[in-house]
Design a protein around this ligand. Structure first.
Ligand SMILES: [Zn+2]
Length: 433
């Protein structure tokens, strides 16, 4: 999808499908405005629009080029997606606003707070969408106004112009402010909610904890049934999010194919209204698992589950990585390695081959398995990602361990060849001062 979207952008057209999913896990890609900002603000040409000069996360709302640039980008995205009915402007986690010299001066002159700056900027963007694209309904995340009181929300000037999307990605009872839904129902007619099927459990997670996400989606089902339905004129539905980077500068986390089993389970849970044994069996059958989909990939890691679906080669390689990571952990803690072949021993060429010969074949085998996984993963990822992303994933998840294992094998072999010898002092025998 990422390749398709990018290639499509290059020739200015998109494949026509009745139910087109426009934004699929593409950090930096359309149509979320906050991602635009990170995407754009890292470039030299646009740096002057940053709210804080050294950080690329937030735009200065008062910079003369800011609004024009954002509106121009919105227009470009909408031109690429002529049939869309809604446009998500993002606008979550705006941590830097009202901080630059220009904004601080303006806030002092006009007696404004940071939230006024935020609402004014968002209102400008929403009004642009309404006037230039009247058939398109804007959506935005709610976290920037979740904690503010009803009066301030009513005065914001945005409630008529946008539908909020309320996100909570945690498991267990949600910690939303009291009377949250009553407050929103007073000012908004329509509402969306957002759960997660992957990506919410840590920026370095590469495998998906399905059980966690099932709990999150079950909690949303309960929240919608008990708190939302009946309060609003329109409950649009659930948005199952699944990001694969925490931001532009973060590593790739759970890849989409690695999250497909979670997506299948979570979608069925939402559709059927609960997570049951039948839902688990149906999702497993849909993805051709020979057994039930493992809900917790981190427990009992000892074998790769057999399954078949688009991208299952990546899912299986991720399972293999979980197994190898566990073996690698044992290698790092290996007593004979840490007791008889430390970096000190290597530097002084001082080791007993009897111990090295014990662990050398184990490390060689582990190295071989990592190298095999590197070959398999490269081939699987190359089918769905650009070379740059393939290189990034391999570098971040495999290369460091392969380098460490390779170096250890080389050092161990050299020690065995040298045999048991007296300690060697590369800089001469140390003398007391
Ligand atoms: Zn500013």
């Amino acid at each position: 999808m990422e390749n398709m979207e990018m290639e499509a952008c290059e020739d200015n057209s998109l494949p026509t499908q009745p139910q087109r999913l426009v934004h699929l896990d593409l950090k930096g890609a359309p149509p979320k405005i906050d991602y635009y900002e990170k995407f754009v603000l890292k470039h030299e040409d646009f740096k002057q629009m940053r709210e804080i000069a050294e950080y690329p996360m937030a735009l200065c709302p008062l910079h003369p080029e800011s609004l024009v640039t954002v509106c121009d980008m919105i227009d470009q995205v909408i031109a690429l997606h002529p049939d869309i009915k809604a446009f998500h402007i993002g606008a979550d986690e705006v941590f830097h606003i009202g901080l630059c010299k220009r904004c601080r001066q303006h806030m002092t002159d006009m007696c404004l707070q940071p939230e006024h700056m935020f609402f004014a900027h968002i209102k400008n963007i929403l009004e642009h969408i309404h006037s230039k694209h009247p058939g398109i309904r804007p959506i935005m995340w709610d976290d920037m106004y979740r904690e503010i009181d009803l009066d301030a929300l009513e005065e914001s000037g945005i409630t008529e112009l946008v539908d909020p999307m309320v996100w909570v990605y945690t498991r267990g009872p949600f910690k939303l402010p009291p009377a949250q839904w009553d407050k929103y129902a007073t000012v908004f007619n329509s509402i969306w909610v957002a759960s997660a099927f992957k990506g919410a459990t840590g920026p370095c997670m590469f495998a998906t904890d399905i059980g966690y996400h099932v709990e999150n989606n079950r909690e949303w089902l309960h929240e919608v049934k008990s708190q939302i339905v009946g309060k609003f004129s329109c409950f649009h539905g659930y948005c199952l999010t699944g990001w694969q980077r925490y931001d532009h500068y973060a590593v790739l986390c759970e890849l989409l194919p690695a999250g497909f089993p979670s997506l299948a389970v979570c979608l069925l849970t939402i559709t059927k209204g609960s997570f049951t044994e039948n839902v688990h069996k149906e999702a497993s059958g849909d993805l051709n698992f020979t057994d039930l989909i493992p809900l917790n990939p981190f427990s009992n890691v000892d074998k790769v589950m057999d399954c078949h679906f688009p991208g299952s080669d990546i899912y299986k390689a991720i399972q293999q990585l979980l197994i190898l990571k566990s073996e690698y952990k044992s290698f790092i803690k290996m007593e004979r390695l840490n007791g008889w072949m430390t970096p000190y021993h290597v530097r002084h060429r001082f080791a007993n081959p009897a111990h090295i010969k014990h662990f050398l074949p184990i490390i060689q085998e582990l190295l071989w398995k990592f190298q095999q996984l590197q070959i398999d993963m490269k081939s699987a990822l190359s089918k769905v990602l650009y070379c740059d992303a393939v290189d990034e994933w391999i570098s971040c998840n495999l290369n460091e361990r392969i380098e460490k294992l390779t170096q250890t094998v080389e050092d161990a072999k050299a020690q065995v060849i040298r045999g048991a010898t007296p300690k060697y002092y590369p800089d001469g025998f140390p003398m007391n001062p």
